[in-house]
Design a protein around this ligand. Structure first.
Ligand code: AMP
Length: 174
């Protein structure tokens, strides 16, 4: 079974995408390889430790890919946090700052019952703005956030500090 070093070797660094100065971490080579994809899901699922997770929450859009697979491994449900305007039912909303302006993430108001044990999953932790807003949404629903897990962390951007959650995990650190 491939390990974290194999995942690291598969990630493709794309300079200046989607704009100048950004080194984009392209995870599609992992997704396209059955063994690498499976091991990325298993490594993320292991961050839950021994706690029984009720729901894995994934962040729009690449987070969905990993969170859905992790939910299956953990025998948990899957809940999407989406960008504004995509969810059809009653939602809770949270605004967060971007480099220029702001964006909004949403969750269905009935997606999580108070006290349910949650693992939040996304592909990559950069500044932490998106994940921090997602954590606020989960807290508004009175979720019990067991962990916040990323395949990739860009540690120089201090996203971990923005999240301020004691159980923040990443599989690959850059
Ligand atoms: P942030 O809110 O700054 O932590 O940004 C996190 C989101 O932006 C993640 O869901 C990533 O999908 C995406 N993202 C940010 N920076 C990068 C990068 N260098 N490479 C790939 N995706 C990125």
């Amino acid at each position: 079974m491939p390990n974290a070093a194999d995942l690291d070797a598969a990630i493709r660094d794309v300079p200046d995408f989607p704009k100048p100065g950004i080194l984009f971490k392209d995870i599609t080579p992992i997704l396209g390889d059955a063994q690498l994809f499976k091991s990325s899901l298993e490594l993320l699922a292991a961050t839950a430790g021994n706690t029984k997770i009720d729901k894995v929450v994934g962040i729009d859009a690449r987070g969905f890919i990993f969170a859905a697979g992790v939910a299956q491994i953990l025998n948990a449900g899957f809940v999407p946090v989406r960008k504004k305007g995509k969810l059809p039912w009653t939602t809770h909303q949270m605004a967060y700052s971007l480099e220029y302006g702001e964006d909004i993430v949403e969750i269905h108001a009935d997606a999580i019952k108070p006290g349910e044990k949650i693992l939040l999953v996304d592909d990559l932790l950069a500044t932490g703005g998106t994940a921090a807003a997602s954590i606020k949404l989960l807290k508004a629903l009175e979720a019990d956030i067991i962990g916040v897990s990323f395949l990739i962390e860009l540690s120089s951007l201090n996203g971990r500090q923005a999240l301020d959650h004691p159980a923040t995990h990443s599989i690959l650190n850059y």
